[in-house]
Design a protein around this ligand. Sequence first.
Ligand code: MG
Length: 248
Amino acid sequence: MISIKSKSDIEKMLEAGKIAAEALNTVEAKLRPGMTTKDIDKIVHQVIVSHGATPNFLGLYGFPASACVSVNEEVIHGIPGSRRLNEGDIVSVDLGACYKGWNSDTCFTFPVGEVRPEISQLLTDTNASLYAAIEKAQVGARLGDVSHTVEDYCRSRGYGIVMNYCGHGIGKEVHEEPEVPNHGKAGHGIRLVEGMTICIEPMINLKGDGVHVMPNQWTVVTDNGCWSAHFEHMVLITANGPVIMTKR
Ligand code: MG
């Protein structure tokens, strides 16, 4: 079932979204070569709890940290640890806050210092595909319109699309219906209505669609070792158009 949020639900989700956005802003401000992925997790945890919220990834399906921190060829679900960031790396920081029982979820892929031009373009394009998809999240549109937009934007630029992981509804639970894939047919799928809250999250590989899970049972990496970008916003569907609830 897809939950429709009331005005008071939305207020709390907006607050949860603001806290998550601040966590990303803080990570960006402190990001330096030489930092470990665990250092990033600590920053995220500290920002979220300082607002009286809880990091909703911590313990979710048994995940052991407050943020998923994925470097270079890691697509999603990187477990923070001793891996050090080098100049020229990219790092995806995926996180969420639970505030008064309501959740947020957002992700941004940061360059660490100067990155190769093709990687910089991958980040720009993946983020742009997210915003193009958000623009389609209008009352009366179909979910397929959103999914197809990501697919079309990224395929036409020669990128690989992660097919077997997707965005999702969000509310009292981090992951709710509906699934929001990064591929699909325009004009198909459920109709979007006012008060729905969905996370749109393109996961785009420089080349090739294939990914697999590492032996740690969590970290998803590209099959060919190509680098991968991941951007996510939590979006509210309204009669006046989509509202980005995790706006930075
Ligand atoms: Mg998500």
